[in-house]
Design a protein around this ligand. Structure first.
Ligand SMILES: NC(=O)c1ccc[n+]([C@@H]2O[C@H](COP(=O)([O-])OP(=O)(O)OC[C@H]3O[C@@H](n4cnc5c(N)ncnc54)[C@H](OP(=O)(O)O)[C@@H]3O)[C@@H](O)[C@H]2O)c1
Length: 281
């Protein structure tokens, strides 16, 4: 099957469409509690899969628990090719608040809870959500490697890592993906992206739309968007897809209309000149 934005193979055996879906926005305000309309959130998830997207990014901390629970309610039993990429490593003291918590025993418990909530025997991609300053990354990734050996995780990913932390993680386990903040106006992770490209790791840029700023007119993508008769957010996503063959953008939305619009970015081809102009701003 062809997917919007083309395909990428994670860890040598898991094919995903490169344009994924970020399921953080289907929770309440501050990524806390139930969304205003859970039935609409479930309808959106069903539309995501129906439209051919087969990479959904989530985390136990989104809600907490709400995003994973909605995914299971809306989509289980899952289509065979659906890859649910979840994460563990954040505690949620309250709305908008995040605290790193990556002790090995806790991560193992969180993974078991995600398996139960998602109604899965094995999680295709389990990502260490962050690096806990109190816990060496080797210990956190070591816990994920043990879960992998027990058959509970298929592939291991990391998130919010520096180049050095990624290197250390890779001494412990085969890491197949990195999820870092990256978009047209925030390119702090160029070096890590370069490592992913060199070694064939997937790179999931979070905040691909700069929390929606790049989807609004009046920003740096307007001129190019006008040329293509496209929405600004489509240009921002097309830029990410063309930036490297390993990028797997996961735009987040609570709206079916926005989802449909974002999906069309997979068809948009930017010229070299347009890419240079976008990057020069
Ligand atoms: N690893 C990490 O630490 C980390 C951190 C943050 C996020 N993430 C992941 O990355 C995903 C993406 O990040 P994100 O959702 O925070 O940010 P984002 O994708 O950059 O932007 C999402 C925001 O943009 C708006 N939006 C989306 N499509 C739009 C469109 N076509 N037109 C106008 N507005 C649009 C959404 O509002 P509407 O709901 O109104 O569409 C939402 O407010 C998350 O869902 C999550 O899976 C990971």
């Amino acid at each position: 099957m062809t997917h919007p934005g083309g395909e990428f193979t994670l860890g040598g055996d898991l094919e995903v469409g490169r344009l994924g879906f970020g399921a953080m926005r289907i929770t309440g305000e501050g990524v806390w509690g139930e969304p205003e309309d859970p039935a609409s959130a479930r309808a959106l998830l069903r539309r995501v899969v129906e439209a051919g997207v087969n990479l959904i990014d989530t985390a136990d901390s989104y809600g907490p628990q709400v995003s994973e629970t909605l995914i299971a309610e809306a989509l289980h039993p899952y289509p065979e090719d659906l890859v649910i990429a979840t994460k563990g490593g954040f505690e949620r003291p309250g709305p908008g608040r995040w605290a790193a918590a990556c002790r090995p025993q806790r991560l193992k418990r969180c993974c078991e809870d995600s398996l139960r909530r998602l109604r899965l025997d094995r999680i295709d991609l389990y990502q260490l959500h962050t690096v806990d300053p109190q816990v060496p990354i080797e210990d956190s990734v070591g816990a994920l490697a043990e879960l992998q050996a027990e058959g509970k995780i298929r592939h291991i990913g990391v998130s919010n890592v520096s180049g050095e932390q990624l290197e250390r993680a890779r001494t412990i386990a085969a890491v197949v993906s990195v999820q870092n903040r990256f978009n047209l106006t925030g390119r702090g992770s160029e070096e890590v992206l370069g490592v992913c490209e060199r070694d064939g790791l997937g790179f999931l840029p979070w905040y691909p739309l700069a929390v929606g700023k790049l989807a609004r007119s009046g920003g740096p993508v307007d001129d190019v968007a006008r040329t293509h008769d496209a929405a600004p957010g489509q240009v921002a996503l097309a830029w990410l897809l063309q930036r490297s063959p390993v990028t797997l953008p996961i735009p987040g939305t609570s709206s079916i209309a926005h989802f449909e619009e974002n999906l069309e970015a997979g068809e948009l081809e930017l010229s070299e000149e347009e890419i240079r102009a976008l990057e020069a701003q």
